[in-house]
Design a protein around this ligand. Structure first.
Ligand SMILES: C[S@@+](CC[C@H](N)C(=O)[O-])C[C@H]1O[C@@H](n2cnc3c(N)ncnc32)[C@H](O)[C@@H]1O
Length: 295
């Protein structure tokens, strides 16, 4: 890279370098890295064409571009990901929130807002596999009388989730618990009292793990690997949830694009669920969320 360069020139170099390594949207990636380092929003990066980074920041810009070129996810490089319009801190070792999970949260919020009209007391929610806390924090921000128990097996994820809850000032509405699925709830007297169980569990088929894009392979296996058929978490969550939900409480699950039929069959086997599970679709027409109420 030539010696002295303006932000604009640095972005141009970054874009060309990323493009030569076949990274998609190289311009946007270079701009987001510049935004992250300078603290300036994108339009200002272009107005200030005579602004130069000091040596340290210039080296960081170059390092971050090279990390993206090696297929480290951008969210890990800039340590953040937006979800439902909120900013979440993420770091390597923790799952990066995906746009499709916004469907799960939108449907959860719709259910909770409706519930609020008839049931304005405290609402109890459980988020299984909370990751960086994106689902729990968004629900807490949007539903002020919700209290959320957010469980994860990874202590690193919980550390990040606690940070995000603090950042968004909702720590008093969320209890973070370490452990396997429902087991950390066993000492809390909420059995049969939960209004909503929400989960985006790992659901990638084991066989497909090695064909995932390089960027996705940089995320932790335990956040993606759903066992042989990708269904092992649904096989455990679905039967266990009826014990925890109150009557008319809802289970809301994100599913893989081709898993609807199999997950529906698991739900139909549980006689305590109502007969009418609902499917919600992404823009490509794939069912990505299943919701079902307890009788
Ligand atoms: C697909 S990520 C979802 C993260 C976040 N909820 C989201 O939607 O963006 C699945 C999460 O489940 C957690 N997890 C994996 N196995 C678990 C288990 N047995 N019990 C609880 N959490 C688990 C992982 O650590 C990971 O954070």
């Amino acid at each position: 890279m030539p010696e002295r360069k303006s932000i604009r020139e640095l972005i141009k170099w970054g874009k060309e370098y990323l493009s030569s390594k076949r990274i998609s949207s190289p311009q946007v990636v270079a701009e987001l890295i510049a935004e992250n380092i300078t603290g300036k929003s994108r339009p200002y990066l272009y107005f200030d064409d005579d602004v130069y980074l000091d040596e340290k920041k210039k080296a960081l810009f170059e390092k971050n571009i090279r990390r993206c070129a090696r297929k480290v996810p951008l969210a890990y490089v800039i340590c953040e990901q937006y979800f439902m319009g909120y900013r979440f801190f993420v770091r390597p070792g923790v799952f990066i929130p995906r746009p499709q999970t916004e469907i799960l949260v939108e449907k959860s919020l719709q259910f909770l807002q409706k519930l609020n009209k008839t049931h304005p007391e405290k609402i109890i929610v459980v988020d299984i596999g909370t990751g960086c806390g994106n689902i729990a924090v968004t629900i807490a921000k949007e539903i002020k009388n919700a209290f959320i128990y957010a469980v994860d097996i990874s202590s690193l994820a919980l550390e990040v989730a606690k940070y995000n809850a603090k950042y968004h000032r909702v720590s008093s509405q969320i209890k973070f618990l370490a452990g396997d699925l429902f087991s950390p709830l066993s000492n809390i007297p909420i059995q049969g009292k939960i209004d909503l169980i929400v989960s985006n569990p790992p659901y990638v088929e084991r066989e497909k793990m090695r064909y995932l894009p390089e960027e996705v392979k940089k995320e932790p296996d335990f956040a993606l690997d759903g066992g042989k058929e990708g269904l092992s978490f649904y096989q455990r969550i679905i039967p266990a949830s009826t014990r925890w939900l109150r009557g008319k409480g809802v289970l809301m699950l994100e599913i893989g694009y081709n898993q609807a039929e199999k997950v529906l069959n698991m739900i139909r086997r549980e006689k305590e669920f109502a007969n009418s599970p609902c499917l919600f679709y992404d823009l490509e027409g794939n069912a990505r969320v299943i919701s079902v109420a307890k009788k």
